[in-house]
Design a protein around this ligand. Structure first.
Ligand code: PLP
Length: 411
């Protein structure tokens, strides 16, 4: 047997880890010892504990530790036990799955919805299931990694599905990609266009009305991953389409397919979904590999997510509260520090610093001031575009923002 430390894998892995370490790019898994909230208790590598303002979670609405959300999970745990012990089509479908899926469809303005253990999983189910030879998937170059990987996977599972990428948020490039698809003799089936609603690293949003118009012109279906938009964008927090008033008088969204996560604003637990027409969802149930061959979303999580969305539907003012604190945060960073924060209507406030090691060093320095903000570098964002990504939550107060600004002026 080859010695474990001399295998090609062992040698190249050690080289990669040492390169990351020596260039200051190693990610440290920060440990929390309390619920996710505006302030969290953290355990440092030396074993000391610290209360820090958490400004890097996706807990946009502060629902992760909301009593109704926690209680719903506890109640479901008592009623249904710890796990489904099955995929959905065998014996893994429980009443809370149906309840949650009806709530998601109502909230999103679609005929139906179906849940997965994550949005990553949902996206991986989507294209390989709905596409057939002769179809093409057209995607924004900055779309989330789960879309990139789903697109890579699709032609492996379904030969003859084509792909095209357009320049980020560039409508000329979108039109060109659609025109190319129209004139491509190999594209004989459906054109799918997919975009993030809110782009997670920049915090900017897709021009959904213009994309809708172009999709209609070319007979394309418009798919939106609004993982950072659901719960955040629009008056009631339905998402980026609501921000653009793309909901008709019957409450129906003018988007063909949504993918989204339950692990951010909508409960913060875990889980993802596809929301679309009943037929598309039925096809996913019949043919989607991640749902046919992988366990269902745990019932406790489904119950918590349902309580989170219902809480949001009953208390839409949470979204307004989030918007107010984001505005305050942007204003304070701009007026009281030397840093510039990217402008956007979302809860993501990135400060671009360029170098990955610098972003990580700044994040470490902020920890010493009891502010928890992660520095993002390559490969999560392009080389040279490293950043501190501040994410605001409706749970934050002006005092928390003042603490952040104070710390930024000192590091
Ligand atoms: C735009 C976008 N889509 C999908 C995901 C994946 O969501 P999940 O954690 O539910 O897999 C994320 C998470 O970072 C995201 O930002």
């Amino acid at each position: 047997m080859t010695a474990a430390t001399t295998t090609p894998f062992a040698v190249r892995t050690r080289e990669t880890l040492e390169m990351l370490e020596s260039s200051g790019q190693t990610k440290v898994l920060q440990t929390l010892d309390s619920p996710m909230d505006a302030v969290v208790k953290m355990v440092d590598p030396d074993g000391t504990t610290h209360e820090r303002v958490c400004m890097c979670s996706n807990n946009y609405l502060g629902l992760a530790n909301h009593p109704a959300v926690v209680d719903a999970g506890i109640e479901a745990l008592k009623t249904y036990g710890a796990g489904t012990a099955s995929v959905r089509f065998i014996c893994g479908t429980f009443s809370p799955h149906h309840t949650l899926e009806q709530t998601i469809a109502e909230f999103m303005g679609t005929e139906a919805a179906y849940t997965f253990v994550s949005c990553w999983n949902a996206t991986e189910a989507l294209f390989p299931t709905v596409c057939e030879a002769g179809d093409i998937i057209i995607s924004d170059e900055l779309n989330h990694a789960c879309i990139v990987d789903s697109m890579r996977l699709t032609p492996v599972i379904k030969k003859g599905v084509k792909k095209a990428i357009y320049k980020h948020d560039n409508l000329d490039s979108v039109k060109q990609a659609l025109e190319n698809a129209k004139n491509d003799p190999e594209v004989t089936g459906q054109i799918w266009l997919i975009t993030d609603g809110v782009f997670s690293m920049e915090g900017d949003i897709a021009d959904l009305p213009a994309l809708r118009k172009l999709c209609d012109e070319y007979g394309a279906l418009l798919c939106v991953d609004d993982s950072h938009g659901h719960g955040v964008m629009g008056k009631a927090g339905r998402g980026t389409h609501e921000h653009y008033n793309m909901i008709d008088e019957n409450g129906k969204a003018q988007i063909d397919v949504f993918t989204g996560t339950l692990g951010k604003a909508l409960g913060g637990g875990a889980g993802g979904f596809i929301a679309a027409s009943q037929d598309l969802i039925d096809l996913i149930i019949q043919r989607g590999r991640p749902t046919l061959f992988s366990n269902a979303l745990p019932v406790t999580v489904a119950a918590s997510a349902n309580a989170a969305i219902r809480t949001l539907m009953n208390e839409p003012e949470r979204v307004e509260k989030l918007r107010d604190i984001v505005k305050y945060c942007r204003e304070q960073i701009k007026s009281r520090t030397d840093f510039d924060v990217l402008e956007s209507p979302t809860a993501i406030c990135p400060i671009i610093v360029g170098d990955t090691a610098k972003a990580i060093a700044m994040s470490k320095a902020l920890l010493n001031h009891n502010i928890f903000v992660i520095g993002f570098g390559f490969p999560v964002v392009p080389e040279g575009a490293a950043r501190l990504r501040i994410q605001m939550s409706a749970a934050h107060t002006q005092k928390h923002v003042d603490q952040l600004v104070e710390a930024l002026t000192k590091i």
